[in-house]
Design a protein around this ligand. Sequence first.
Ligand code: 5GP
Length: 126
Amino acid sequence: MAYSYDPQNIFAKILRGEIPCKSVLETEHCLAFEDIAPQAPNHVLVIPRGPYVCYDHFAAEASDAEVVDFTRTIGKICAMLGVEPGNGGGGYRLIANSGEAAVQEVPHLHVHVLAGRPLGRMLERA
Ligand code: 5GP
């Protein structure tokens, strides 16, 4: 697998504190913060601190500790937002755009946590 990580991408700059973000949760291996252009009443981005371009890159190369922390952080965000369907919440959607077909804009792995309104079907028909 050949991924080249660009350390000048905007999320790398957020991780280094070079540009601000509205932080929601910080963990040893992850940062969660509000999307600058929210697509729903709740729109949080969860990113690993490590230099991973997209999901398959992370899945292949991250340590077990990073993978566990990332997964648990996403779950904690759902709990913080109060959107867990098993806990009386209205539900949520996770999106990890990866690469060209998915129109990934920022080349640092991020999972969008979207909630707070009806989110419609998974994809529009092309
Ligand atoms: P993508 O299309 O790569 O999956 O999504 C990138 C997301 O990053 C978009 O939803 C966009 O609004 C968000 N974004 C881009 N630049 C910034 C920024 O500087 N700060 C924050 N908080 N979000 C950003």
